[in-house]
Design a protein. Structure first.
Length: 190
């Protein structure tokens, strides 16, 4: 299954392609972005880090059918990449994302996460979505709470920024669809 273009009110989510590595390399290697990512992300970020990740990790996972990657772009400037979001079939790690700091705290990641989570449940037909995060990553934590996810467990885990209390959040397909049916009814006035 090819990764489709997804759209939200203000964003277009384009499937990741090899040519995106250059733009990722320009915006990604920033401490504010990487400190709460999994310890496997190299830091300091190498000059060809994005090229390696896109061509040797992300796109082969897409081709194997166990991952879906999108670049985030504002509709008013779709030529500029502002972040990345992905879904994976990895155990206890089904969704990950990052957004450049200039575009944080504007609701963009909430829009993107809603679009790909709906894709996970209602196109890919998955039954549960789990996302790990560093507890101190408050913005990511708030996004999970607002989406109706619940905390499954906590443990110590290594991130790029060191060892942090790590949380695993979850939502089921039934919970997601029930919550979004209510949201749709509220929006339409029913």
């Amino acid at each position: 299954m090819q990764v489709p273009v997804l759209a939200t009110r203000r964003l277009v989510l384009l499937p990741l392609v090899s040519a995106d590595a250059e733009a990722i390399q320009q915006v990604f290697p920033r401490w504010e972005i990487v400190k709460h990512l999994a310890a496997g992300v190299p830091w300091p970020y190498p000059e060809e880090g994005a090229r390696h990740y896109v061509d040797q990790v992300a796109l082969p996972s897409v081709a194997a059918g166990n991952a879906w990657f999108w670049t985030l772009r504002r509709k008013e400037d779709a030529s500029s990449l502002i972040g990345l979001i992905c879904l994976t079939d990895a155990v206890d790690n089904n969704r990950g994302f990052w957004l450049v700091p200039e575009w944080q705290r504007r609701g963009y990641m909430t829009e993107a996460a809603e679009a790909v989570t709906d894709y996970w449940f209602n196109t890919l037909d998955r039954q549960v979505l789990r996302t790990p995060k560093a507890r101190e990553n408050l913005a990511s934590r708030r996004l999970s709470i607002a989406a109706g996810m619940h905390l499954v467990r906590s443990e110590q885990k290594e991130y790029v920024g060191g060892w942090y209390e790590s949380e695993l959040w979850e939502i089921t397909r039934e919970q997601w669809n029930r919550r979004h049916d209510k949201t749709k009814k509220k929006a339409s006035g029913k």
